[in-house]
Design a binder for this molecule. Structure first.
Ligand code: ADP
Ligand code: 5GP
Length: 212
């Protein structure tokens, strides 16, 4: 006998985007640690690995010819060029997982978000994080210590363009205080899981209620 908590539901695609440096990697890690039903959709990229990153966990790191071959073989749900490198979302794991009720977290940019939304609109939940100010964004990028001054300047320039895509998202959260931002993003995830259309086991459950 199913209880409302064990009913089958279709997984969702939880997309977290933000201007680089706002905190989406930080929020993503907190979410993944806190939530067993959520796993990261690991993207493929041609960019060099950063200190502390693990191949296969943070990204699948490949060279450009390998990436181009994967594009030709239609290996990706979406792909894009960002900061001079290629990034793509592998298709197979996500499609199978969604059917089984697995939720996926996507740390992708607005171009990827648009492509996923066009393909799988009803599975997609789009969340955009904004920095509390441009000065704070620069402080975070500098404080992270992973990029050269040149890369930080490029990321700041791009940040303004990225901010302009705020209206292509379902939810927008300002990441000022990290705990508050995390709590709000979790609320969105929990509420989206209860959407009737995702709860594919509900119809049988309700029929049972009406029979008893
Ligand atoms: P993104 O993935 O969006 O590029 P990160 O998660 O790497 O950003 O965060 C950039 C830097 O800002 C990191 O050093 C992180 O610890 C810091 N950071 C993230 N959120 C906050 C916050 N709410 N307040 C202060 N610093 C933050
Ligand atoms: P970073 O190199 O800082 O990890 O990521 C740079 C940008 O690429 C971020 O905005 C990130 O969200 C985006 N990104 C990462 N993976 C993908 C992907 O698979 N597809 C798309 N479209 N963007 C991605």
């Amino acid at each position: 006998m199913h209880t409302p908590d064990t009913l089958h539901r279709r997984g969702l695609m939880f997309i977290l985007s933000s201007p680089s440096g706002t905190g989406k990697t930080t929020i993503s890690r907190l979410l993944l640690d806190a939530d067993d039903e959520l796993c990261l959709s690991v993207s493929v990229t041609t960019r060099p690995m950063r200190p502390g990153e693990v191949d296969g966990k943070d990204y699948i790191f490949v060279d450009q010819p390998t990436f181009d071959h994967m594009v030709e073989e239609e290996h990706f749900l979406e792909w894009a060029h960002v900061f001079g490198h290629s990034y793509g979302t592998p298709k197979a794991q996500v499609k199978a997982g969604l059917r089984e009720g697995q939720d996926f977290l996507f740390d992708i940019d607005w171009q990827g978000t648009q492509q996923l939304y066009q393909k799988l609109e009803t599975d997609v939940v789009r969340v955009f994080l904004l920095p509390p100010s441009i000065d704070e964004l620069r402080r975070r990028l500098t404080g992270r210590g992973t990029d050269s001054a040149e890369v930080i300047t490029a990321r700041m320039e791009r940040a303004r363009a990225e901010i302009s895509h705020w209206d292509g998202y379902d939810y927008v959260v300002v990441n000022d205080d990290i705990d508050e931002c995390f709590a709000k993003v979790k609320e969105v995830l929990h509420a989206e899981r209860m959407k009737r259309a995702r709860q594919t086991g509900l119809i049988g459950f309700v029929r049972g209620l009406m029979k008893d």
